[in-house]
Write a protein that binds this ligand. Structure first.
Ligand code: NDP
Length: 292
């Protein structure tokens, strides 16, 4: 293995510490405590784990955590009414609705009901538009965490060829926008892309957000490239359940210049960025200086 392993776990711990320090100053100087409300509808086991972890880390940073767990058959009207209450609640600065929602609920309608100023996931159409036009937005946490690791590793990304595999609204598209904002030449690949290995081999920066375990192989990676593996896939190996990314780590790490592991790469950065976004939302609401 030749690649540098980008340690998202350690990076995320540094961000959480910075958030905690800022929150402590905010409390001392202004008597303000940022608050994050997380809404979970139904019993999806992976979502329950994420929500628990988000709540725990929110409290550890000194912020207030409000968890709203609703039955799987909650009506759209009841969910929208809860969002209206959270929008109006001055103790709540960030609102996150855990996705995916049960099939009878319209995610677009629900997400777009969140006050854009409290939309810490950055999925509201206003924030999508602001990001797309290069204006100050709430930026989706997973792409933001990925960009922070890239900037930390490379400094400037200007002029680099970036390939994002995946075009979802929550990862692929905002990732591409952020890379474009940092002056990369960006290609977005997806399930209809022709000769995906060749497209990937042109990348100085390769971001995998596909949801297919270990799909991207070492011989798809340009020697020396930086690989960001967003995928989180649970697989059975030797009778044990384990997490793997969308990249075949061993073969890719033999070729890449740098690579994020799974777990311990993008995952921890995502939650750290959620906490940072909540702090940013609180600062903007109260007209206070934002964290850098
Ligand atoms: P989606 O299923 O919404 O999107 C997957 C994308 O991958 C689609 O654009 C799809 O293309 C593309 N795709 C699927 N199969 C292929 C293929 N064979 N070749 C090329 N492209 C393909 O997934 P998400 O964006 O929500 O998530 C992607 C991964 O990231 C998942 O593993 C998820 O668990 C993980 N994730 C991790 C997070 C973290 O915190 N680290 C947060 C969010 C997600 P098309 O549009 O043509 O169908």
């Amino acid at each position: 293995m030749s690649a540098t392993i980008i340690d998202g776990k350690a990076f995320a711990a540094r961000i959480r510490q910075q958030v905690a320090d800022h929150v402590a100053r905010m409390k001392a100087d202004h008597g303000l405590t940022p608050g994050l409300a997380v809404v979970l509808v139904g019993e999806d086991p992976a979502s329950q784990v994420y929500v628990r972890s988000k709540g725990k880390q929110t409290v550890e940073c000194g912020m207030a955590s409000f968890e709203h767990k609703l039955e799987a058959d909650t009506s759209e009207a009841d969910l929208l009414a809860l969002i209206d209450r959270l929008n109006a609640d001055p103790a709540v600065h960030g609102i996150l609705v855990q996705l995916p929602l049960p099939g009878h609920l319209n995610s677009d309608l629900v997400i777009n009901r969140i006050d854009p100023a409290k939309d810490v996931d950055g999925f509201h159409i206003s924030n999508v538009g602001l990001l797309g036009t290069g204006q100050k937005a709430m930026v989706p946490c997973t792409p933001l965490g990925s960009l922070m690791m890239l900037r930390d590793h490379h400094g400037s990304l200007s002029g680099m060829n970036a390939v994002v595999v995946g075009r979802s609204n929550i990862v692929g598209k905002p990732m591409a926008q952020l890379l474009l904002g940092d002056s990369c030449t960006v290609t977005i690949a997806h399930s209809r892309t022709r000769d995906l290995p060749a497209v990937c081999r042109a990348a100085d920066i390769l971001v995998a957000a596909v949801g297919r375990p270990e799909m991207i192989q070492g011989d798809w990676v340009k020697p020396g490239a930086t690989v960001i593996d967003v995928g989180i896939n649970r697989v059975e190996r030797d009778g044990k359940s384990r997490l793997v990314g969308d990249v075949d780590f061993d073969s890719a790490a033999a070729v890449a210049g740098a690579i994020t592991p799974v777990p311990g790469g993008v995952g921890p950065m995502t939650i750290a960025c959620l906490l940072a976004n909540t702090l940013t939302a609180a600062c903007r609401t109260h007209g206070l200086p934002e964290p850098e």
